[in-house]
Design a protein around this ligand. Structure first.
Ligand code: ACO
Length: 330
């Protein structure tokens, strides 16, 4: 059976209204705008309101993506939410999104692959469509990182923010100029302790001690992650280009995970790409983990950066370690 072609038929994004600037952070921890800007590129981040959660933000981005695709709720056959900050252990955030958006025919599942979650979720959606299982799949990355960072730890709290992005992936005709072409996905669990949220699972259930010790907050060995990220994102991008007989100059836009502007700029230089080929919006949102790529893509579309047939790459790395790259024709 020939795989069925898929294209992104709609995009959507959501960012909470409240903004926390670097100057605001100066009043909270021993840091300063100059350090944060020069080391990370971040100027501000958005912070969820008390009544907002990963699923409410995911639903908002998802609703816009469905509208943007010109579809109705009943057209969506599967919802996949990528998140490391779900509303709760279960039910899955995708179930909550299904209920908020009233999607009568949608299956629901969450993906846990930290910052690579969106690329993994996108690959699953492409697989469902290629097999002929579904025609329209809603793929969302959504995070409320602000509830999982220790606001007393300047090493991590300055880096993260809240937000959501979504795409609808739809089956298209074989002669469409748009298609999902290829994926490389990987993981290395030996790096698990470099980026983790230690408590709250079956290994370390919540106790007074785990709370007292701050074990429900994200922990990170920043320097090790930085080097790993630059190397891996470069290598997998080169690999996916090579095996599809493409060179870097043929790529219209890379929409990378946004963990640090310096990471993305180092990757860009190693790939020999121009600044216009690498999308960055970390200055506005910080690292929104699984949401960075669909949020970035929605902004790239708003800015009219893409036309049908352009080669686009999504590339990410994250906790696990996990990594992933996807090559599409827009
Ligand atoms: N403000 C001021 N000073 C700070 C701050 C801060 N917010 N944070 C750290 N410092 C200090 C450190 O204490 C250190 O001081 P010292 O030299 O006196 O010891 C100094 O700044 C330099 O610290 P480094 O860690 O060496 O700084 P570096 O340039 O490596 O930048 C950073 C740190 C931004 C964390 C960088 O390593 C990075 O971006 N790493 C990757 C992070 C990442 O990608 N995380 C992925 C998360 S994805 C996911 O799956 C959740």
């Amino acid at each position: 059976m020939k795989p069925i072609k898929a294209q992104i038929s709609g995009v959507g994004k959501y960012a909470p209204e409240k903004v926390l600037s670097n100057l605001d952070l100066e009043k909270m921890v021993d840091t300063n705008d100059e350090w944060i800007s020069s080391r990370t590129g971040i100027k501000r981040r958005h912070i969820a309101a008390d009544n907002e959660t990963t699923s409410t933000m995911a639903a908002e981005a998802g609703r816009k993506a469905i509208e943007n695709a010109g579809l109705k709720p009943e057209d969506i056959e599967m919802v996949i939410v990528a998140s490391l900050s779900p509303d709760m252990m279960f039910p899955a955030s995708a179930c909550l999104v299904q209920d908020i958006l009233k999607l009568p025919k949608a299956g629901t599942v969450d993906v846990s692959a930290a910052c690579s979650g969106f690329v993994y979720a996108f690959s699953m959606a492409a697989g469902y469509i290629a097999m002929g299982l579904h025609k329209n799949v809603l793929v969302i990355g959504s995070e409320v990182m602000s509830r999982f960072v220790d606001w007393k730890d300047r090493n991590t709290c300055v880096l993260f923010g809240d937000g959501a992005g979504a795409v609808v992936l739809s089956a298209v005709d074989q002669n469409s100029p748009s298609e999902v072409i290829d994926f490389i996905l990987g993981g290395d669990g030996s790096g698990g302790d470099q980026l983790s949220l230690p408590a709250g699972g079956s290994k370390m259930p919540a106790t007074h001690e785990t709370v007292d010790q701050g074990m429900h907050y994200l922990k990170m060995a920043g320097n090790n992650v930085f080097k790993f990220a630059v190397r891996t994102m470069t290598d997998i991008t080169v690999e996916i280009l090579n095996r599809n007989n493409l060179t870097a100059d043929k790529v219209k836009l890379v929409v990378p995970h946004q963990a640090n502007f310096r990471i993305n700029d180092a990757v860009r230089e190693r790939l020999g790409m121009t600044e216009a080929q690498m999308f960055n919006n970390i200055f506005e949102y910080g690292n929104t983990s699984g949401a960075t790529i669909p949020l970035g893509l929605a902004e790239a579309v708003e800015q009219n950066l893409l036309k049908r047939g352009d080669y686009v790459i999504f590339v990410s790395f994250g906790g696990g370690f996990t990594w992933g790259v996807s090559l599409i024709k827009w």
